[in-house]
Design a protein around this ligand. Sequence first.
Ligand SMILES: [Zn+2]
Length: 329
Amino acid sequence: MDLITEEIKESKNFQILSKVFSYHYVNKDNLKPIISYDEFKEVLTNFIEEIMRNYLIKMSFADYRGKEPKVKIVDFKDNTNGDYHYNTIRLDETIPWNIFKGNTLDFFTPCHELIHFKYDTNLNAEIINKNTVRVAKETLIRHDAETAAPIFKYDYYSDNYKFNSEEKLANIEGVELFRKVIEYMNITLTREDDLKLLNISANNRIQYHNYLRDFRNGLKFNNFFMDFEEAFDFLIRDNPEWCSCPQLIIEYYQDGEGKVRKRTTEELQSILEREDDKDIKEYIQSLLVPNEDKRLYDGGFKQKKLNLKMPYNKYYKISNINNKKYCQE
Ligand SMILES: [Zn+2]
């Protein structure tokens, strides 16, 4: 489901923004604004709220999951550009101002936050695909880390911000959303802006497929690096209630004794044969790709590796590639 539908493209807010974005982008060095800044802020805010309302309705949440979508312009007082939490997007006051001044690339921040909104809504709507399963798993790992007993508790989100899958997706898909809006507005980006977007996409794709997480601060993980899949498998056995999460019922189940089990290759294959949904099929197929480094034991769970995947320095270098902070939630 797309965030930008025909209704959105035909909306009055989109028409106004389209004129302002195009004119201000080209004339930014000698700008005579075509509407006032206050008016612009209002239209921009309404436009983003309209996208959220429209998406929620399309996903069968006519009641907006009990909370009216809202965009707030705030002063973050640090280097945060925006954040998202349950139908509310907050943007730092510099963002609308910069866009108004013709720095259209700053519209990437609302696009990034809209992707968080989309994933949040899709998880609620019980959408299953490779990405929502991954986001569901990491959300649960984070929940476990942040609600654990004091000795095990750690700030998973901050420690892993640069490798958090949902952040990577918000950047990758945020660029796609930005490009779509700009294209519908008939704006041609400068070479410089185009390259900046290409860089965000490329870096985030590498990081998304890298799988590394810094689990060293989690005492439960014994100082060994694990990918998020291994960490999740490690934790779900102590949290059998996670098996009922819609995104996890294909891969995990509780046996007669209440013990958490992982579906075997044969079981997954038979689920795959009965499945019609293209995204679910693709997800199951990705689980069936053989991985020879990973031995199996105890009900299909992976054997924990005893060697470090990567030396600390190399990890640290990669983690610094993209250190701009777009959101805290
Ligand atoms: Zn974010």
